[in-house]
Design a protein around this ligand. Structure first.
Ligand SMILES: *Cc1c(COP(=O)(O)O)cnc(C)c1O
Length: 493
């Protein structure tokens, strides 16, 4: 290679790690973060610069610019990855933002379980080893009328567990109108295949009749599966078969089987209920989802649902139903891999306890409280936020309050619009909303997630807490340059 290859020269112009560490931006970082992390960030910035030079970039970047880059990488590495955000989207059960927030008693229970030793698998009455499955079972039975219950990692796990225990190697009949996909990777046909169950689809996308199930039942049918169409609705000419009808169909088929062979196996009716409400929030009126107890009372042997959707608790999957069947689930080796940890169990138990007094549940469980808050209260909050925003925005943006429709989210009640209000920020510059949004999400100390509509940045007040309004206003002030956001930011330890 010739001595004066400009590429070589440009590469050689890049500073060394040691030279970089002497620059003021990084010298001060060394006081705030472990040396290895600072050096790592410098190496990463240098490697990126080298790659850019090799890719044809004209000049090697200046050392100061590289130091800023390294510092930004360091700040990003040192701050917690899983951290709080302000949800100004109006979507109450926002899967990307952590679904349900826990009620205070649940938060306290998590804290205690995390900090101290606990009765996780210890029975103080028996003074002997206990079961982690015992903590929520009685409560779940009391709240749903079930004989028995078990909670596992999430509802996807619950579905998997039920299918593998009762339908692996056998046929499970499900309506083609209920072959849901939830959140991209959970699809009923795939889960059935994974569990070893043989899926028998019946009916069509819009109509399934009782006779479809009757015809589909074979000597090998182990289950009639009903899946709640959580995140979509088929409207128009539709017909679905209720769980109560499925119960009758299953019973008749088993009776016919046993007339021939008294030892013939039964057929389980199982509903994957999805959201799993335990009460009907009055605010939802006739639009409320059927509760888990109601689904069971329709004649299902088993019903499963999520812990962090309408129930408003931690991520969990709950199966309720007949004692003998739940006992088989508890004995399934897969349960060991799907079990809940003590913090989740603590949160779930404390959340369920609130439901013993439905009024308390409605008031104290954030998901239910947010759903139920009157539109006028939400509007007042939006107006207060608009006032704060107008103060910080000055000439940079115009502020108004607009009527909005919140949605429940989390694949729940897709057709339900909950009247809401948002503070709306309009900008003079065409890309003002985008630039402001980018700052609020990427740079704000607590990211604020709103939404852009027709060039306006909207902050839906239904999912905002009163004490979050100043956070939103501060972040907007920074974004608009009113306070000159600190370049590079602080390194949090
Ligand atoms: C949400 C949902 C699931 C998955 O539940 P997770 O708790 O998210 O695992 C399964 N089935 C239905 C019908 C759902 O709505």
């Amino acid at each position: 290679m010739p001595e004066n290859n400009p590429l070589n020269e440009r590469l050689r112009a890049l500073p060394s790690v040691d030279q970089m560490l002497c620059l003021p931006a990084l010298a001060s970082a060394l006081e705030q973060a472990p040396r290895d992390q600072v050096v790592g960030a410098v190496r990463e910035a240098l490697a990126a610069a080298r790659a850019r030079v090799l890719a044809g970039e004209e000049a090697a970047p200046a050392a100061d610019a590289l130091a800023d880059e390294a510092r930004a990488l360091l700040v990003r590495f040192m701050r917690p990855s899983l951290r709080r955000v302000v949800n100004a989207t109006g979507v109450i059960i926002h899967t990307n933002l952590g679904r349900s927030c826990l009620a205070e008693p649940a938060v306290r229970a998590v804290e205690e379980a995390a900090r101290r030793y606990s009765t996780l698998e210890y029975d103080t009455d028996a003074m002997a080893r206990g079961s982690r499955h015992s903590h929520c079972e009685k409560l779940l039975c009391a709240l749903t009328g079930a004989e028995a219950a078990i909670a596992v990692n999430n509802n996807a796990a619950a579905v998997m567990l039920v299918l593998s225990e009762f339908a692996a190697g056998h046929e499970a009949v499900v309506s083609r109108g209920e072959l849901v996909e939830i959140g991209g990777s959970f699809r009923i046909p795939d889960i059935m295949a994974l569990s070893g169950a043989v899926m028998v689809g019946v009916g069509t996308t819009n109509k399934t009749h009782p006779a479809d199930y009757e015809r589909a039942i074979s000597p090998d049918t182990a289950m009639l599966l009903k899946v709640h169409t959580s995140n979509y609705r088929v409207v128009g000419f539709t017909e679905t078969v209720e769980a109560s009808q499925m119960r009758g169909i299953a019973d008749a088929a088993v009776e016919a089987r046993r007339a021939v062979d008294p030892a013939a196996p039964g057929i389980i009716v199982y509903e994957d209920l999805g959201s799993g409400a335990l009460i009907r929030p009055p605010a939802l009126g006739s639009q409320a989802e059927p509760t888990a107890g109601e689904a069971l009372a329709q004649g299902c042997d088993l019903v499963s649902f999520s812990g962090d959707k309408l129930l408003g608790g931690p991520q969990a999957g709950i199966v309720i139903g007949r004692r003998a069947l739940i006992a088989r689930l508890k004995a399934n080796p897969m349960v060991r891999a799907l079990r809940l940890d003590k913090m989740t169990l603590a949160a779930l138990e404390a959340t369920l306890r609130l439901y013993l007094e439905p009024e308390r549940a409605l008031a104290e469980i954030p998901t239910l409280a947010l759903l139920s808050e009157p539109a006028e209260t939400v509007r007042e909050r939006a107006e207060r936020l608009a006032g704060m925003l107008a103060e910080v925005a000055g000439d940079a943006g115009a502020v108004s309050v607009v009527d909005e429709a919140s949605c429940v989210g989390g694949g729940t009640l897709p057709l339900l619009d909950i009247p809401s209000s948002a503070a709306a920020l309009s900008f003079r510059a065409e890309d003002g909303a985008q630039r402001c949004e980018e700052h609020l999400i990427r740079r704000a100390a607590v990211p604020v997630v709103g939404r852009i509509r027709q060039g306006q940045l909207l902050f839906d007040a239904r999912t905002l807490a009163d004490d979050e309004l100043p956070l939103v206003a501060e972040a907007v002030a920074e974004a608009l340059g009113a306070r000159g956001a600190a370049r590079g930011g602080e390194v949090a330890r």
